[in-house]
Design a protein around this ligand. Structure first.
Ligand code: ATP
Ligand code: MG
Length: 552
């Protein structure tokens, strides 16, 4: 099922081509390089690149770098890496800052047409003069400066004669417009700051609402797709393109933002988590960033399918994070090798198994995908099992190991618990079992049945491994309020969002590579951590557990 097939933006593009309003399609993905991309951006990426691909169009990756104070080359590089990793190739790679000269000239054109003026009001005064939804705005006392004076002042702003905030350039539109965005918006401000791309060439910078439509027009973008918070800016967008007399006329269409349960989805908030060391960097596996999801072990396929499933509509709403988990399970089911790992080890001695003997047992690499073949795992007198697979005094319906009970060891034999060994404090340190050689897996033994099957790792060849188990970073939903509305999301941090455990894995895992993914029998899907994993001690990040009540 292709969910991109029937959305309103697709229909719009189709119509534009059919009616010959357009003869080709150009979209763009325009991140501001002020942080790492998150899964919300993946939605924008899938929509922009996906639609252009479907109509033989082009998609630019454009860095919307008009705010020197927050932007950085580190972010530029991370964004490029993430877009590529998600599986997309851009046609043009552009920086809004490459257009600063042209934007400046277009602003001069507005001044010459009497459509822009230099204002000396402070930011606060401008806000007061702007009025409210029910009350018209007031003209600035500087609104009627002559064109000559405006040209001169704007040039002097550019030449660095004024301090930050001393003057701004405003579009001259309509102070009583019902749309507050049209009440003479600021289009240029002074910022004496070094820009990551243009250095100290400029000390005035265009505002987003002025820059964005020009960027789109300069690149010949036909469909400028953005999120619904820009809907009220659309008249201004069109005004800028028209009044600046741009040759190519792009058209803005809005779609609903993606929000996910138990997450914040704003670079600003994510940066706060990084800066306040709540997480270990932008790529912490608990982060909803693309780099965090990658490190955790989510695949580009799963992310793309998830995003497509959320659909394209005007509405926002929160999507359950379990839906993403569903798609990663679907993707890894056929691809990920099966293996066994013990996360909280308990030693088991099989007292009737010959000392010093090791036998190699056959195990399928992936029963869902027999083409992946088989692996051999060792079995001997000492193994590790999971602590929770043994109980000295079990409740009813506990079918795993307890004194006198018999269970199946996956791929091996039935074992029966004979004796519990404890330390001086009464803690169980080891259990002694016997095995029945008749019950070897794969021999078709039908003599008797057991109710429990547990996993294990042979002790002498076991590889020590670290397991990192994750839970949501935030314990509250609906933390994605509109930009600007401050919610103290840091009050809802889950103190148990990461648990680090030391256990063992099979010797077949000797040469695992970073970013390799496995399904640990009965535990879930894990990814080999790209940063902390070593040859001696691999580190496995839990991607998702196996079971979920979530249904599509
Ligand atoms: P943030 O608030 O996280 O910084 P932003 O919208 O300011 O997000 P930009 O770098 O401007 O981030 O975003 C680039 C593009 O990604 C924009 O077109 C924006 O609309 C889109 N985008 C950002 N967040 C989401 C989201 N949650 N869902 C869908 N699209 C998004
Ligand atoms: Mg932003």
């Amino acid at each position: 099922m292709d969910h991109t097939n029937s959305n309103f933006i697709r229909n719009l593009i189709k119509k534009d081509l059919e009616t010959k309003k357009r003869d080709h399609i150009v979209t763009r993905f325009p991140p501001e390089p002020n942080g790492y991309l998150h899964i919300g951006h993946a939605k924008s990426i899938v929509i922009n690149f996906g639609l252009a691909d479907d109509f033989n169009g082009k998609t630019n990756l454009r860095f919307d770098d008009t705010n020197p104070l927050k932007e950085d080359t580190e972010y530029v590089n991370a964004i490029k890496e993430d877009v590529e990793w998600l599986g997309y190739d851009w046609d043009g790679l552009f920086f809004a800052s490459d257009y600063f000269q042209e934007m400046y000239e277009r602003a001069v054109l507005l001044i010459k047409k009497g459509k822009a003026y230099v204002d000396d009001l402070s930011q606060e005064e401008i806000r007061q003069y702007r009025g409210t939804l029910t009350e018209a705005g007031k003209d600035s006392p500087y609104r009627n400066r002559s064109i000559e004076e405006n040209l001169d002042l704007f040039k002097r702003m550019r030449n660095g004669e004024f301090a930050n905030g001393e003057k701004v350039l405003r579009a001259k539109i309509d102070m009583s417009s019902p749309n507050i965005n049209m009440r003479d918006p600021v289009i240029y401000r002074i910022a004496h700051a070094t820009h990551h791309n243009t250095g100290n060439t400029w000390c005035i910078y265009p505002m987003y609402a002025f820059a964005h439509p020009l960027e789109d027009a300069i690149e010949g973008v036909t469909h400028s797709l953005c999120t619904t918070e820009f809907e009220d800016q659309r008249p201004l967008y069109n005004w800028v393109v028209a009044e600046c007399e741009m040759e190519h006329v792009p058209e803005q269409t809005e779609f609903g933002r993606l929000n996910i349960t138990n997450t914040v989805m704003s670079k600003r908030k994510l940066k706060q988590l990084v800066d306040e060391k709540v997480v270990d960097g932008w790529d912490d596996p608990r982060m909803p960033t693309i780099s965090g999801l990658r490190r955790r072990g989510y695949t580009p396929e799963a992310i793309r399918e998830f995003v497509k499933e959320t659909g394209v509509s005007k509405g926002a709403g929160e999507v359950d994070s379990q839906m993403l988990d569903y798609f990663v399970r679907e993707d890894l089911k056929m691809k990920a090798p099966r293996t066994m790992g013990v996360i909280r080890p308990l030693k088991v001695v099989i007292t009737n198994y010959p000392e010093g003997q090791v036998e190699w047992l056959d195990a399928e690499i992936n029963p869902e995908n027999p083409d992946m073949g088989k692996r051999q795992i060792p079995f001997s007198r000492e193994i590790y099992i999971e602590q929770e697979d043994f109980m000295e005094n079990p409740p009813k319906k506990y079918f795993r190991l307890f004194p006198g009970n018999e269970v199946r060891l996956k791929h091996a034999y039935f074992i029966k618990c004979e004796e519990v060994i404890k330390d001086a404090e009464g803690n169980v340190i080891e259990i002694h079992c016997t095995y029945d050689p008749e019950t070897k897996s794969g021999t078709g033994f039908t003599g008797r049945k057991v109710k429990g099957t547990i996993h294990w790792v042979e002790a002498s060849q076991a590889i020590p491994a670290e397991f990192r188990l994750y839970e949501p970073l935030l314990l509250k939903d609906n933390l994605n309020e509109e930009e600007g509305e401050e919610k103290d999301f840091l009050d809802h941090i889950n103190p148990d969002s990461m648990q680090v455990l030391n256990g063992y894995v099979e010797p077949t895992m000797k040469d695992v590579q970073v970013q390799e993914k496995f399904q640990f029998f009965r535990h879930g899907y894990f990814n080999v951590d790209p940063k902390d994993s070593t040859k001696e001690k691999p580190v496995f990040n839990l991607i998702v557990s196996l079971k979920s009540s979530f249904k599509l």
